[in-house]
Design a protein around this ligand. Structure first.
Ligand code: MF3
Ligand code: CO
Ligand code: CO
Length: 256
């Protein structure tokens, strides 16, 4: 027992529900489904499994999940847009259970997609996993950013600067900000009991972003494709725990 084991237990429950929602939706990702329908299915699944969709009515957001297609970086709003061949889609779920939050996202695709799109998705996923593997007390926040940025830029892609990961517990977004770029051995030191998200947004082109007039949808300025994966993690005495692993341990439907 330690002083954060109760918090971690609650994070595990919320994280698992969010991840299981991403598993559940996998079989529906086919040509013709609208992002609105995806939203409804996720809302109902979370509700029926004892949780609530945190984005719903969060700061004026009116949907339950974010669906970010192609050149949308994040915060895409579900709509009557239906999926078509070649689409790449991020679905971002945040479930609240007993006041604690689990926040996770994955990429989905409608084949055939381009080699570049596939590469972008793989690289984004690998950058997240690489950055999780280094987590332990004593490393610094800048080490996380460095790990992601150096890996991604080596592959010729860019790291979005205008959005970042965040502390999360019984609050949806709290300090510290988790930047997905940065320098080794800089920033706050990680301590046991910390809980936060890592959610790199990676562009095929330049890193610049802009937000559309709806006040939410963030897109790449150069209209290049963007990909994202997100996990909620906790720092333990000698490493880390991923709270947003699903029961089926699916990592991403498009990654072997
Ligand atoms: N899930 C997003 C994140 O990773 C936040 C979405 S807030 C919303 O932090 F209001 F846009 F849904
Ligand atoms: Co999220
Ligand atoms: Co998040």
């Amino acid at each position: 027992m330690n002083n954060y084991s109760e918090k971690f237990e609650k994070m595990r429950i919320a994280g698992k529900l969010a991840a299981n929602t991403l598993d559940m939706i996998t079989e529906y990702i086919k040509p013709g489904i609208s992002t609105e329908k995806i939203d409804t299915l996720c809302f109902e699944y979370i509700r029926d499994n004892g949780g609530y969709s945190a984005p719903l009515f969060y700061r004026g957001y009116t949907k339950s999940v974010c669906t970010s297609l192609n050149h949308v970086i994040c915060h895409g709003i579900p709509s009557d847009r239906t999926l078509v061949e070649g689409d790449i889609l991020n679905i971002d779920i945040t479930a609240v259970v007993n006041d604690f939050y689990g926040d996770t996202s994955r990429m989905y695709v409608i084949p055939d997609i381009s080699v570049k799109a596939k590469n972008l998705i793989d690289t984004t996923y690998e950058s997240l996993i690489n950055s999780i593997k280094i987590l332990k007390p004593g490393i610094k926040l800048g080490d996380i950013g460095y790990e992601i940025q150096s890996y991604v830029e080596k592959k010729g892609f860019s790291v979005v600067r205008d959005f970042c990961g965040h502390g999360i517990s019984n609050v949806f977004h709290e300090p510290p900000n988790i930047l997905h770029y940065g320098n080794k051995n800089t920033g706050k030191e990680l301590e046991p009991g910390m809980t936060f998200t890592i959610e790199p947004m990676i562009n095929a082109g330049k890193f610049e972003s802009k937000v559309l007039n709806d006040g939410w949808t963030a897109v790449t300025k150069d209209k290049s494709l963007s990909a994202q994966f997100e996990h909620t993690v906790g720092i333990t005495e000698n490493g880390y725990e991923i709270f947003t692993e699903s029961d089926k341990h699916i990592q991403s439907p498009c990654i072997k």
